[in-house]
Design a protein around this ligand. Structure first.
Ligand SMILES: NC(=O)c1ccc[n+]([C@@H]2O[C@H](COP(=O)([O-])OP(=O)(O)OC[C@H]3O[C@@H](n4cnc5c(N)ncnc54)[C@H](OP(=O)(O)O)[C@@H]3O)[C@@H](O)[C@H]2O)c1
Length: 381
């Protein structure tokens, strides 16, 4: 039974939305945690005022401090890690296991994080705790979208996922560690796609275009490794072609700053990257302009009743952090009501796709499909 949840990073961009949605759509009590006491208390007070009930408290918790983690986690049933703490993920995970607390993180999908968590699998199972990793929208949604398509087709053959990222970066503040995590992602960037039944590296210049409608038109997207899609290809034997493709940020960042950052991460020591990190964030803020929208689009095809059939699914919200938070909350609603096995799961692989997308629409995310039959109405029910 999940009655109380601690959100590490609860006053960050993602954490704040997760807190709001949990208070609106569940009965849980919350602890807003991070290293800054004033910010945690201010956010808890704002939430209590808005929801007219003192269900939310604040705590100072540094992911690097095991004693603080243990003290806080002993009070809760689930910890949501919405903090860029990849260097301390082993401590957070160990503490969750020792405190017998379920765990869900929204960190970007990195081998470092996944390897740390995989090492702890036997202890998770022994203690009976559920760990959900790669939560959010990407990572988080693409594998669930492909699994949703699999339920529609008799035989799913192709499922390509494209992502459009038009954030209002001007109004956002980040922790230094969040910026470092984004830079890490560039360092470990792998342009891979799954074609004719095998994963291959297609190189840095490979791109596809996806149509994101009247306002944005056909957008150039580049392939990117998402570990959850590797799992999907292991599970769906009929799938021959898939991949995750991501759009750029804006014309200036994409053409002038990103190439320098990609070169920098290969040749410069980490401590010499300061100028490039600043230039990256400056360019995001300076050149981000409306309309703002974050969207995922799946183009799928396969066989249905022996006929070749296609399907398009689009998921979007104007606020990219709301779109990160809502899948986390939809997953937690399932964790509360379904029996997830103890151990480590990807969010995109563990959720039951139909009710997950139905819940996403209830939480305020737009989910549209071009299907002529009842299946298309699932998300609206
Ligand atoms: N999966 C997805 O779709 C998706 C999308 C967007 C972001 N993300 C990821 O989600 C995470 C949160 O992103 P965000 O943009 O919300 O970040 P953010 O706004 O920078 O917030 C990060 C939060 O983490 C806290 N934090 C940082 N280091 C900490 C530590 N050592 N111990 C405790 N708390 C710590 C920060 O507070 P203090 O610094 O005051 O401690 C802050 O509250 C990041 O890992 C990001 O990469 C995932």
């Amino acid at each position: 039974m999940i009655k109380k949840i601690l959100i590490l990073g609860g006053y960050g961009n993602t954490g704040k939305w997760i807190a709001e949605l949990l208070l609106r759509f569940s009965q849980v009590d919350l602890i807003i945690a991070g290293r800054n006491k004033i910010k945690a208390e201010k956010t808890a007070a704002q939430l209590n005022q808005k929801y007219r009930s003192p269900k939310t408290t604040a705590a100072v918790v540094d992911a690097g401090n095991y004693d603080q983690l243990m003290q806080a986690l002993r009070q809760v049933d689930l910890v949501i890690v919405a903090a860029s703490v990849v260097d301390d993920i082993d401590k957070v995970a160990q503490a969750a296991i020792e405190a017998k607390v379920h765990y869900l993180d929204t960190l970007l999908s990195s081998e470092k994080k996944l390897n740390e968590l995989k090492k702890l699998m036997p202890e998770m199972k022994k203690q009976g705790v559920v760990f959900v990793t790669d939560g959010g929208f990407h990572p988080g949604l693409p594998a669930a979208m492909v699994r949703f398509a699999k339920e529609y087709f008799d035989e799913l053959h192709v499922a390509q996922i494209f992502s459009l990222l038009r954030f209002n970066w001007r109004d956002l503040q980040f922790s230094q560690s969040t910026i470092d995590e984004m830079i890490d992602e560039f360092e470990h960037y792998k342009p891979v796609i799954f074609e004719n039944g095998e994963w291959k590296n297609v190189g840095w210049s490979f791109a596809r275009r996806a149509d994101f409608g009247e306002i944005f038109g056909r957008v150039r997207c580049v392939p990117m490794l998402l570990h959850e899609l590797n799992r999907v290809t292991e599970k769906i034997s009929t799938l021959t072609t898939t991949g995750f493709y991501v759009s750029g940020f804006n014309w200036f960042t994409d053409n002038f700053i990103l190439p320098l950052v990609m070169l920098g991460v290969k040749v410069l020591p980490r401590e010499k990257m300061g100028f490039l990190k600043k230039a990256f964030i400056w360019s995001l803020r300076k050149f981000s302009s409306p309309p703002f929208r974050t969207s995922l689009k799946m183009e799928a095809s396969g066989l249905k009743k022996s006929e070749k059939t296609t399907m398009t699914m689009v998921i979007f919200h104007e606020d990219g952090y709301f779109l990160t938070a809502a899948p986390v909350v939809a997953c937690i609603l399932q964790l509360m009501n379904r029996n997830f096995q103890p151990g480590l799961h990807f969010q995109g692989m563990v959720v039951e796709p139909k009710s997950f997308f139905a819940d996403l629409t209830k939480l305020g995310i737009e989910v549209t499909m071009d299907l002529p039959d009842l299946f298309a109405k699932i998300a609206q029910t």
